[in-house]
Design a protein around this ligand. Sequence first.
Ligand code: HEC
Ligand code: HEC
Ligand code: HEC
Length: 166
Amino acid sequence: MRLLSNLLVAVLLFVGAAIALPGGSAGSVLGGSTAQAAEGAGRTPEPHPAHGKGDHCVMPTEFMRRNHMLMMYAHRKDVLVEGIRTTKFNISGCVNCHAVKGEDGQPVSFDNPKHFCRSCHTYAAVQIDCFECHNSKPQASEKSAALGVDSADAAKMAAFLRETKK
Ligand code: HEC
Ligand code: HEC
Ligand code: HEC
C-alpha cells in the first residue's frame, strides 16, 4: 500500500509538474472524476476550506487536495534525512498562505475548528499532531524560521566573518 501510494505520487508529481506551467486547467484534468464521485457519495455536506492567499497553491489545487500529506512527508524526509533544504513545501508556507482570520481579525490557531488544516480533517476524521511542534499561525517573521533552519551555515558564516576581520 505504502509502495503503491509512493508510485502514485511519483506519477502524479510528474503529471503535476508537466501541467503546472500552463496553469488553470490542471485541477480539472487531474481530479475531475474523483471529485465528482466523492460528491455523489457524501451524505454530510462537503467541507469548504477557505481560499488561500494568492491565485494558486504550490502545486495544482486538485493535486494538493489529495497529496498534501505525502508532499509534506517527502519534504520533511528531504530536509531531515537527506539534508536537502528546499522551501516549497515548508509547513510554515502552508500556514502563512492558508491563515484564516477569527472574530478578532487575527489568524486562528489549530485549536480553532476554523483553522484551514481542520476544515477537511474534521469531516474526514483525520487527526494530526503536526502543530504540537510546528506553528499553526503565521509568524511575524519567516526569516527567523529560515535562520533556524540554516543555523549551521549561519554559524560558519559568522566564524568566517570573524576570521576575515582579524
Ligand atoms: C515532535 C515534534 C514534531 C512533530 C509532532 C512534527 N514535526 Fe515536523 N519537524 C519537527 C522538527 C524539529 C523539524 C526540523 C526543523 C528544521 O530543521 O527545519 C521538522 C521539520 C518538518 C518539515 C520540513 C521543514 C519545514 O519547515 O517544513 C516538514 C514539512 C514537517 N516537519 C512536517 C510535519 C508534519 C506534516 C507533521 C505532522 C504530521 C509534523 N511535521 C510533526 C518537529 C516535529
Ligand atoms: C503562496 C500561497 C500558498 C502556499 C505557500 C500554499 N498554498 Fe495551498 N492553496 C493556496 C491557494 C490560493 C489555494 C486555492 C487554489 C484554488 O482555488 O484553486 C490553495 C489550495 C490548497 C488546498 C486545496 C483546498 C481546497 O479548497 O480543496 C490544499 C489542501 C492546500 N492548498 C494545502 C497546502 C499545503 C499543505 C501547503 C504547504 C505545503 C500549501 N497549501 C501551501 C495557496 C497556497
Ligand atoms: C481539502 C481538504 C483538506 C485540507 C484543507 C487539509 N487536509 Fe490534510 N487531509 C485531508 C484528507 C481527506 C486526509 C486523509 C487522506 C487519507 O487518509 O488518504 C488528510 C490527511 C492529512 C495528513 C495525514 C494524516 C494521517 O494520519 O495519515 C496530514 C499530515 C495532513 N492531512 C496535514 C494537513 C495540513 C498540515 C493541512 C493544512 C496546511 C491540511 N492537511 C489541510 C484533507 C485535507
